[in-house]
Write a protein that binds this ligand. Structure first.
Ligand code: ADP
Ligand code: MG
Length: 236
């Protein structure tokens, strides 16, 4: 049994089909990248997997448990967490406080949550910034806070939505190395990513979405040479 099994997932917004009959599996220990042009339905897919909206039809099972109909909190408690494309940290709260919010899912005592949050800040390279208001960090820092907040929930499967978006090339490479170290601790990763450098460095397998449909999948080096994928990006 795969860790995540997505079967014929469809999400309609009125007349628009944002996800159409999407089926794929993710095995425990994989790093899977999802790519596709803007508007292809990548964030909508993450929203459906993480319980932020009710899919129109289809099924999502995580470690054998049906996720459709469950709340984001219940899904996070099962071990599936996502980040947001636009970081949702609380600007006036410190970096440590933001990450502690995530850690409170697993630790009921505040002192334990703080300790767990500090450890996660170390993992993402923010250990010196715990007392800084999150709003004072640059884009790269805010992306790391968003990552840390999700990681603090101790997920088994982490969905990352354009976590390298807006970063310069060296920041993106540094982030890829952080993701590699998170993966090495046993966390399965599904990343939506436009930064090809990050995809090529990390992904074991790439899924390509276009107009809401899964049009191709394969190894990174195969997928970038696929004429249908190139067509989707160039806009036939
Ligand atoms: P991507 O993340 O691949 O850029 P999205 O999943 O954000 O794409 O969007 C896919 C399509 O669904 C787009 O046409 C977008 O406008 C539409 N869409 C996304 N969310 C909503 C919503 N809440 N209501 C209506 N349309 C939406
Ligand atoms: Mg998106």
């Amino acid at each position: 049994m795969a860790l995540l099994e997505v079967d014929k997932l469809t999400k309609r917004f009125g007349g628009l089909v944002a996800n159409r009959d999407i089926s794929f599996n993710v095995e425990a220990g994989e790093i899977v990248a999802i790519i596709g042009p803007n508007g292809a339905g990548k964030s909508t897919l993450f929203n459906g997997l993480a319980g932020h909206h009710a899919p129109t039809s289809g099924s999502v099972t995580f470690d054998g448990t049906q996720l459709v109909g469950q709340t984001p909190e219940a899904i996070a408690a099962l071990g599936l967490m996502r980040t947001y494309q636009i970081p949702r940290s609380f600007a006036s709260m410190t970096v440590l406080e933001n990450v502690t919010v995530g850690a409170l899912l697993r630790h009921h005592a505040l002192a334990d949550a703080h300790a767990a949050a500090r450890q996660v800040l170390d993992t993402v390279g923010l250990s010196g910034r715990g007392d800084t208001p999150a709003g004072e960090l640059n884009v790269a820092g805010q992306k790391r806070v968003e990552l840390a907040r999700a990681l603090a929930t101790s997920p088994r499967l982490l969905l990352l939505d354009e976590v390298a978006g807006g970063l310069n090339p060296s920041e993106a490479v540094a982030l890829a190395e952080i993701l590699r170290s998170i993966h090495a601790t046993g966390v399965t990763l599904v990343i939506v990513e436009h930064v090809l450098e990050v995809v090529m460095r990390l992904a074991h397998r790439v899924l390509v979405l276009d107009f809401g449909q899964l049009i191709a999948q394969g190894k990174p080096e195969e997928v970038v040479r696929n004429p249908e994928v190139i067509g989707a990006y160039l806009g036939r």
